[in-house]
Design a protein around this ligand. Sequence first.
Ligand code: ATP
Length: 960
Amino acid sequence: MQNSRHYIGLTDKQVLQNRERYGENVLTPQKREPLWKLFLEKFEDPIIKILLIAAFLSLGISFVHMEFAETIGIFFAILLATGVAFWFERDANKKFDVLNKVKDDTLYKIVRNENISEIAKKNIVVGDVLILETGEEVPADGKLLEAVSLQIDESCLTGEPIIDKTTNPDSFNKDATYPSNWVMRGTKIMDGHCIVEVLKVGDETEFGKVAEKSTEMSGEETPLNKQLDKLAKLIGFVGLLLAVLTFIVLLVKDLFLGEIHYPMNAIGLLAVVIIAVTVASAKVWVPIIYDYFEIMGRDKKLPNSIKKGSWFTWLLYGAGSFISLSVIAYIFGVNPLERASWISMETAAHLLQYFMVSVTLIVVAVPEGLPMSVTLSLALSMRRMLQKNNLVRKMHACETMGAATVICTDKTGTLTKNQMQVHKANFWCIKDEQLDEDVNSDIIRESISVNSTAYLDFSNPNKIKTLGNPTEAALLLWLHKQGDNYLKIREQSDIIEQLTFSPERKFMASLVESSLLRRKVLYVKGAPEIILSKCGSILTTDGLKPIEGYLPVIEESLLGFQKQAMRTLGFAYEIVDDTKDRFENGKIVNSNLIFVGFTAIADPLREDVSLAVQKCLDAGIEVKIVTGDTPGTAKEIGKQIGIWKITDKPESIITGSDFAELSDQEAVQRVQQLKLMCRARPTDKQRLVQLLQRNGEIVAVTGDGTNDAPALNHAHVGLSMGSGTSVAKEASDITLLDDSFNSITTAVMWGRSLYQNIQRFILFQLTINVVALVIVFLGSIFGYELPLTVTQMLWVNLIMDTFAAVALASLPPNPDVMENKPRKNEDFIITPKMSSNILFVSFSFIIILLSLLFIFDRNGVITAYDLTRFFTIFVLLQFWNMFNAKAFGTGKSAFYGLHKTVGFLIALVTILLGQFLIVQFGGEVFRTVPLTLRDWTIIFVSTSLVLWIGELVRLIKRIY
Ligand code: ATP
């Protein structure tokens, strides 16, 4: 038996004192890695390492020639590229921190100043009296003052998934890790409810002592990420091939077609060096080849020597091969120690430059920007979705929402306002819905006050706030309006045993030592058909009567309210005179209940919900209502939001129990046409989700209760309600802070827009990639000068990998995406339309650029001035193409909504400004000479044709 007491809680002054003395209820965040360390990690990238080594070698040669410009440029470009990418990535990841902060803002019921109200978790102090119920996470360590049927999941601390907690010393478990009358921060209430006095907060709690840094989301791989990873690997491989080919072509040209003819000895020694370098750099190229095997479906494991072998080991292998091959060369009469056996320093410098060109080609080819663009888009979506009341808990959810084909929604709180009000109190034992000073009224009073876990917050007497289960809170409000003090009645009675409400049982029962009736009483309330099935008689103003005679009236009356979309709730009681058990395995036994009546509770529909549902239907997403309420209520709600039509067939609605009886084969067929599932239990909901998934649907599910957790977990995207339990929230991927369906539509729009942004980025990135690779490759075959230098290529790489990622990934969501049908999850991100666009545009660019090289070529020599113009034209072609990428898929002009795209505009200005500075002041570092205003204007205007042609094509498409 539990003792009820009257709690006063801390006063405001005590709260301040205790906070001062014992601290706040927040965990000190773990120390982060210092910035410089994180930055250095960026250089772990094998390709960057090789480039750096090559740059150092080039520095060595620079000392011989005393010409440092280019080498310094390379160092600078590497630092800039890595630095900018590092900054953006960090910025994106930092945005996820908001998640941890929101956790500290979860509200808890608390007694302070003799009133029950809600405060944020972080504001709880030592000495506070907390009221916790099923589904909540314990926010601080504390001692139980009261506990009813309390079971706790302590797995985060002790690994125990279910532990009984109690205030009764006789039932204490001596072997338990933590005392049986203690509850600990971070553990979850699985059943029952309790009142707790807080004893430890923040870092002092057990959880605080063992806490790892919680929820680090940024490392998670999303399905899209995986797809992009594959794409990146393929591009990387092609880049490697082209890089090797380019190097071979340049090498052959220099050694065999150049002016100096080298003896075979020198060429042989050069081969030794190349083999040694190839061995030493195995850590770079072997993984790229293995990645290629992987995407081709030949899954070969990367040899451990490559994966785990250190750089130093491979350098040693390289040196070893050099020495052993040199010895062999010596045996064949070539003395590596003689200067004359080697190629000239001049040629060596050239070859080193070619080597760097090839490595840079790989740098250009590998789309490092891809993963970053996804992280960035996700981070941005996540932040902006939060402004629209969607808290994204798992990164993948942002994009998966965009592919959703079915949304299974619950009713209360999502479709309705969750502002429940008793519309009708149909009790047969009182007159005119008015309580009186008699036993019949006392039964109703106690039934509502004691057989309940909700509370009212009177902080603002003009606007009473409800806390806890909204159905029960509506009853408390009704009682309050009758002039009764529910809390006083509750505190005076002792609860002997209780079955709290659960969606599975659909009723709640309390065995009570009644202070009003001075007897032991069993109070039961729940779904009327369940309550009625347990009752033999009914309490009327004329005393007890057999229920049979009243059943038709009751049922008709119930149906009438259900057809008005109301929730109906039946009440019954029993005076318990014997000592027999009333509860067994969560069921009521040995009882002979008396029906008292029912309440019809109205919960108005949200104003915006019909429109939001319509938006989803227009976007090709089906909406199915899964509710614990009756078919009548469900149909009416369905009608009001526009998914249930009079013409709909009976196959489109089913009750949870009928659904459970269908075989999987039958059910798989049925779920497709289903629109409403009523009297559903959590297991039915979960089965529905699984069967829909089996049919290839991408399913989003909304839920608020602890019991919704399985369905939320199974769904592709679980959407929990802000007002829901922490278990539901944790099982979900997104929390709708405003509980509104409209936010689901927002999430779909964001998801689809995000996907589109990434498509745009790929479109832009791949076009540059193809153009840069082909131009450098062909240029090396046909020309004498390199069309783009290493530093220039690194700048181009920075444009496409970083600036474009920022520009295109940050484009605002496009409401038009809601007019399309959902994409299929297995669709490849590069659509046929994109491929043809990439091929056509890059082919056109290649033709233009090669023609330019041809025109500029004067007897095998291209002047620095022409090469500068070439470089600028190359960059500006991409610059204008970025506009086309922005407009891709919208059919609208690229200027549409341009003023709202800050990130895009900043990137454009940066590219233009950067190019200007490089050209005007880059000098030898970038192999540029300043251009005149006339040059700039001509280049700027003529390259803008790329945009104008794009605009024209879009205009024609719009017209036809
Ligand atoms: P929705 O889909 O509308 O959110 P739900 O699935 O959460 O509904 P439940 O909470 O399972 O619905 O409620 C189902 C039925 O159980 C209600 O129609 C009502 O009759 C009964 N019921 C609801 N709340 C309580 C409660 N606190 N105590 C007793 N019975 C309740």
